[in-house]
Design a protein around this ligand. Structure first.
Ligand code: ADP
Ligand code: MG
Length: 325
């Protein structure tokens, strides 16, 4: 049976990457350190990111889930090299996004990152067929026709849209279009694929197909994929789900599959909370609600864990403790 440490070690390369100048551990693909983004609108400041820390390992398929306005698109625009943070550090695939010049930025867009946006219109050219859309990035990168055609067919097959090969984009359903768009995004084998609400305009059933296509893309190409969404259903398709709240990472869930001695598989989910540099952590809302935690909680330090009790009177707390042991 794997322990929590195994799950962490497997799911996350190194939560505090080694810092030697700007060189992170080679296993870390996306790294944000105290990222801040403040927007000023007619003199009023909006803190969209409030010191966000994030580390995503090479080849991971991760979902970042949060309510509308929690800072998801702000983060993704920074990681995409389309926006600059107000403070903090951000690195993707060895590129420092804060100091990147125009030339490096172009190379970054061409060969390091691929994008998938919510609006299919932003992902695909509607006057081309599905196959032509997938082949286009390879064409621009100088891939020869024979290899281009072979890879285009492979990708359409992988995305489950081989039957749409010669269809124009408007002749396809929304789900088919987004699956072709995943194909376009992986055509040139990017190291990182960033997806902003890729299922935002789709119904639940179709959304599942798109999440499955992203899962397949991750498994086949080994690309690091970060899916940003308010759709909690994404957790069924990724091993790591991170919650973003008010521009900060608040908690995360890591899933692993265990096989017992009889060969039966079971899925294990372990919930984590982000702990910042001064020791602050946020309890998940459902934990707070379940125990009616308010204002103040009582803490206890055990040899290998910390206990959190409702902050009631001494006698009540003693009773509660007695009843739990
Ligand atoms: P999400 O994608 O999670 O819905 P956003 O990153 O779009 O959230 O927005 C986070 C916060 O930043 C919101 O309060 C939003 O109004 C604000 N915001 C985002 N972009 C801008 C902008 N360009 N100008 C001003 N405020 C912005
Ligand atoms: Mg958004």
């Amino acid at each position: 049976m794997s322990t929590i440490d195994d799950v962490i070690a497997e799911g996350r390369p190194d939560p505090q990457p080694r810092r030697g100048g700007d060189h992170l551990s080679p296993d870390v693909m996306i790294y944000c350190d105290r990222l801040v983004r403040i927007f000023k609108v007619s003199g009023v400041e909006v803190q969209a990111l409030q010191g966000l820390d994030l580390s995503v390992g090479k080849g991971e398929l991760t979902a970042l889930v949060g309510a509308s306005g929690s800072g998801k698109s702000t983060l993704l625009n920074i990681l995409a090299g389309l926006d600059q943070p107000t403070g903090g550090r951000a690195q993707v695939g060895g590129h420092d996004l804060l100091v990147m010049g125009a030339k490096e930025r172009l190379a970054y867009w061409r060969s390091t990152v691929g994008f998938l946006w919510q609006q299919t219109g932003r992902n695909l050219l509607s006057h081309l067929t599905a196959a032509e859309n997938v082949a286009l990035p390879m064409h621009l990168a100088g891939v020869r026709r024979k290899q281009r055609n072979r890879r285009t067919n492979e990708i359409l097959e992988l995305m489950g849209v081989a039957d749409c090969r010669d269809k124009m984009i408007p002749q396809m359903s929304g789900g088919q279009q987004q699956r072709v768009a995943v194909g376009v995004a992986i055509a040139n084998d990017p190291e990182v694929l960033l997806a902003d609400e890729p299922t935002g305009e789709l119904d639940d059933e179709t959304a599942v197909e798109v999440f499955a296509a992203l899962q397949a893309a991750n498994a086949e190409t080994g690309a690091t994929i970060l899916i940003v969404t308010h759709d909690a259903a994404v957790s069924d398709h990724v091993r790591r789900t991170i919650a973003i709240r008010d521009g900060r990472i608040s908690s995360e869930v890591l899933r692993s599959t265990e096989v017992d001695d009889e060969g039966a598989e079971s899925h294990v989910a372990v919930q984590y909370a982000a702990l910042d540099r001064v020791g602050r952590l946020q309890l998940p809302a459902d934990y707070v609600e379940a125990l009616g935690l308010r204002e103040r909680v009582r803490l206890g330090l055990e040899p290998d864990h910390v206990t959190v009790w409702p902050g009631q009177s001494g006698q009540q707390a003693d009773d509660a403790q007695g009843g739990n042991e």
